[in-house]
Design a binder for this molecule. Structure first.
Ligand SMILES: [Zn+2]
Ligand SMILES: [Zn+2]
Length: 558
């Protein structure tokens, strides 16, 4: 994360195209800070940065040519022309004056508005998240209009979630790695693989590592020195190219000839104590990663488990062992974007034997199914069952745990469900005693068989609720409730640490996607990776059970 207001003094070696890339990225952040709702302009500026490498380094392309580049429209073209002539952007200068330097991070805080952001900068001189934390501690922030002591305290807690100012959350890192990888393939061809901390599924990432197998390594190097999507920093110790991305994190791109890909991928995925011995005694040339394990007489180890002792690492749960998904939202949920038919088709495609449909219920802030709604859902499920005879489709719901631990659907309607999952979606600020009591009460309800996203955390955006996790684990064991490891990249909840505690305490876990659209059903892999980091075997995962064993556990008859 940059220190104080970034001055775009172009270094000797940077081209106008690179300086514009940085300016547009920053402009995108500030336009987002300036607008209350989702900003199309901000999105367009961000997209344009990924298009700049199609333009000449001095931005001298004639306008017709620039306009033919996807991602560059008339609005962006005007900015390009302004930047070429003046070396700056008027709009950027104006917004930099109004908003904190680290607006990208500060803007995401709950209840933040453009007006408060301007007050933070204008009245308190806050530019960075560290300065905001100090201002909160000094009591200056809670006095601002629209902020109270509780909100200010929550902001400080949220900002302190990141282990360093150079780290980004696993979700941001994944998005960045994906975009950068596609950018490399588009310009250099070859293949690109994510490695390092992102591939190991870590929660916070300081460096996004990519390994690219290409024939022309020198040409790739030259391209990256001049790219507008990140700043070229230099060459790293093992020949990798070090970049400072326009976000807080660095990126390292390891360019190798295709024959060295397997060895490099293993090395960069690390950690060293795992990869070093595997690479020490052999010539890895031409071998894939799994062939390197084979040469060593070992089975391939999932990246997330590579920091563990070998005996534990080899026994962790694998994606292929997951037989069903117990947290799925159809379009009957207010935020659901997939039909039951689509879910069943995708589940079949994935080789699942069973699924639990768990739409939101009525107590959610933005609404959900009431008892008649659950009856309509049942009819739909019955219809769909007839079309997918090999898939067990169970009817459930994602119940809301009220402040006092009661559920938002009456017992009669709950009695008609096959089983339900329940989660906390409100009152995140209760003290430990009240919060724990609330969850324990919900766990004792016979309809509840899975506790969804137990701590409610959003990595980097929302602190965990204050729970006595040992008490929750004990209650889960006693009530035969599985604890979810939610697979959304910004949740990973339970965390690997808590998941390990839960298994040590005798609890079962559920690897769930919490998908709201088809593409998210793959989130189960993030859940599995979190369990792998914790060294957890399939025997502790309720949805790794065969359909027969699962039916028995769930008490579902017929
Ligand atoms: Zn939920
Ligand atoms: Zn959900």
């Amino acid at each position: 994360m940059p220190e104080h207001p970034k001055t775009r003094t172009s270094s000797d070696s940077s081209t106008p195209r690179q300086d514009l890339g940085e300016a547009l990225w920053r402009l995108s952040d500030l336009v987002r800070a300036d607008e209350r709702s989702r900003s199309f302009r901000a999105k367009a500026y961000r997209r344009a940065v990924w298009s700049l490498d199609d333009l000449a380094p001095d931005l001298s392309d004639p306008s017709e040519m620039a306009l033919s580049v996807p991602g560059i429209g008339p609005g962006v073209l005007r900015l390009i022309q302004e930047f070429r002539e003046s070396g700056d952007l008027e709009l950027l200068k104006r917004l930099e004056h109004l908003y904190p330097t680290e607006s990208a991070r500060i803007r995401r805080l709950p209840r933040m508005t453009p007006a408060i952001l301007r007050a933070l900068k204008g009245e308190l001189g806050v530019d960075t998240s560290a300065e905001l934390i100090s201002a909160i501690e000094a009591g200056g922030v809670e006095a601002l209009r629209g902020v109270g002591p509780a909100t200010a305290e929550r902001w400080a807690a949220t900002l302190q979630l990141a282990p360093s100012t150079a780290s980004i959350s696993s979700f941001q890192a994944y998005v960045l790695a994906d975009a950068l990888g596609k950018h490399l393939i588009r310009h250099l061809g070859g293949t690109v693989h994510t490695a390092g901390a992102v591939r190991r599924g870590e929660e916070w990432v300081e460096t996004v590592d990519l390994v690219s197998g290409i024939d022309e390594v020198a040409a790739g190097h030259e391209f990256l020195e001049g790219t507008a999507v990140a700043q070229f920093v230099g060459d790293g110790p093992t020949g990798e190219i070090v970049l400072q991305t326009h976000e807080a994190a660095a990126a390292k791109v390891h360019l190798v000839p295709p024959s060295e890909l397997g060895g490099k991928l293993l090395e960069v995925t690390g950690p060293d104590k795992h990869a070093g011995p595997l690479l020490a005694g052999i010539d890895a040339e031409g071998l894939t990663e799994s062939e390197i394990y084979e040469r060593n007489g070992r089975h391939w180890v999932p990246p997330a488990a590579r920091a563990l002792d070998p005996e534990i690492a080899e026994k962790v749960v694998r994606n292929g062992q997951i037989k069903g998904d117990l947290h799925l939202h159809t379009d009957l949920s207010p935020d659901g974007r997939m039909s039951l038919y689509e879910i069943a088709a995708e589940a079949t495609e994935r080789g699942y034997e069973y699924i639990l449909i768990s739409d939101h219920t009525i107590g959610l802030r933005f609404g959900g199914l009431n008892s008649p709604g659950l009856e309509r859902q049942r009819l739909l499920i019955e219809e769909t069952r007839a079309r997918f005879p090999d898939l067990l489709i169970l009817q459930g719901a994602e119940l809301n745990i009220d402040r006092d631990g009661s559920l938002d659907v009456d017992d009669e309607a709950l009695g008609r469900l096959d089983l339900a999952i329940a989660g906390v979606h409100s009152n995140f600020d209760l003290d430990r005693f009240e919060q724990t009591a609330r969850v324990l009460k919900a766990l004792s309800h016979p309809a509840v068989r899975v506790l969804a996203h137990p701590t409610g955390r959003r990595i980097g955006n929302r602190p965990a609720i204050d729970l006595d996790i040992d008490a929750v684990i004990a209650a889960a064991v006693e009530n035969h409730v599985a604890l979810e490891v939610n697979g959304h990249r910004d949740r990973l909840d339970l965390s690997a640490e808590h998941a390990a505690l839960a298994v040590a305490g005798g609890a079962l876990l559920a690897a769930n996607s919490d998908a709201h659209r088809i593409g998210e059903m793959g989130n189960v892999a993030n859940s599995v990776a979190t369990m792998q980091r914790a060294g957890i075997a399939a025997s502790s995962v309720v949805n790794a059970m065969s359909v027969g064993a699962f039916r028995e556990w769930a008490g579902v008859i017929g």
